[in-house]
Design a protein around this ligand. Sequence first.
Ligand code: FMN
Length: 108
Amino acid sequence: MIRLLYFSTARASLTTSDVADIVEFSQKNNAERDITGALAFNGRNFCQLLEGEETVVRDLVTAIEKDPRHSGFKIIDEKKVDGRYFADWSMLLVNELDFSKVINAMHA
Ligand SMILES: Cc1cc2nc3c(=O)[nH]c(=O)nc-3n(C[C@H](O)[C@H](O)[C@H](O)COP(=O)(O)O)c2cc1C
């Protein structure tokens, strides 16, 4: 299993309702793929943590990177893990200016 963290920049026209749509879709899709994690949005940038089986996470990351709703996609860190930090969340939305909750989870 791996845990991966990336940053990106939301398309300028993206609204909070668009972000809610992304999260709603992701919660369903991730649950089907046994992926957990958190998406932080500060009004401009995304910081997302994903955890799950390596091939499944990498396939999802490939799809997310191509998504036109954001740009400047950059993987910040990734590592193999034995357990999940966001075990109860297929995708937790963190609406905070401060990304530290998600970044700290990467290093937990
Ligand atoms: C910031 C951001 C985060 C996303 N996170 C996820 C996610 O965790 N799970 C997911 O299934 N899709 C996520 N998506 C949506 C994917 O980019 C993509 O639209 C979705 O997987 C459907 O892809 P498909 O049409 O190729 O099947 C995210 C999109 C953005 C812009």
